[in-house]
Design a binder for this molecule. Structure first.
Ligand SMILES: [Cu+2]
Length: 153
């Protein structure tokens, strides 16, 4: 009986942590910013769909690695998003394998964020506090690439 009670408390704690962490993430990361957003900070979701680990036809990894950094890469970037300053992006891994969100290009004053491995079914969030263009890829599956533009207005 005691063991069941302990288990129930753990389950409630985990659920509460998951439910509340999402809410607190934005305000936490904004604490040091001097620029107040005109609107309430928003969260943009990017889904990593099931089957994303399969290499698409015509993908050439060396070509990608040569041109993605310079912005001249003609292969369609899967994701292009524009968000406001201090807004959050959340990646949701709906695939059956792990992926990363690894920043290769970022504005000079910004951190090149790296998610580490986002396991199947897990999420990763980042709040971007420096305007400009960010380009990221999955470290394991380079075709999972994206570009984020953060605008001040
Ligand atoms: Cu991947």
């Amino acid at each position: 009986m005691q063991r069941v009670l302990a288990l129930a408390i753990i389950v409630i704690a985990v659920v509460a942590t998951i439910a509340t962490s999402y809410v607190y993430l934005g305000p936490l990361f904004q604490a040091n910013s001097n620029i107040k957003p005109a609107v309430k900070p928003s969260v943009t979701m990017i889904n990593i769909p099931r089957g994303s680990s399969a290499v698409p036809n015509g993908f050439n990894v060396s070509y990608f690695q040569e041109f993605f950094l310079t912005g001249m890469y003609p292969y369609p970037i899967n994701i292009m998003v524009t968000i406001g300053l201090n807004n959050t992006i959340e990646w949701v891994n709906q695939d059956t394998v792990g992926h990363t969100v690894t920043t290769l290009v970022a504005p000079s004053e910004a951190l090149k964020f790296n998610s580490g491995l986002i396991l199947a079914g897990e999420t990763f969030s980042v709040t971007l506090t420096v305007p400009g263009v960010y380009r990221y890829t999955c470290a394991w599956h380079n075709w999972l690439a994206g570009q984020i533009t953060v605008k001040t207005a």
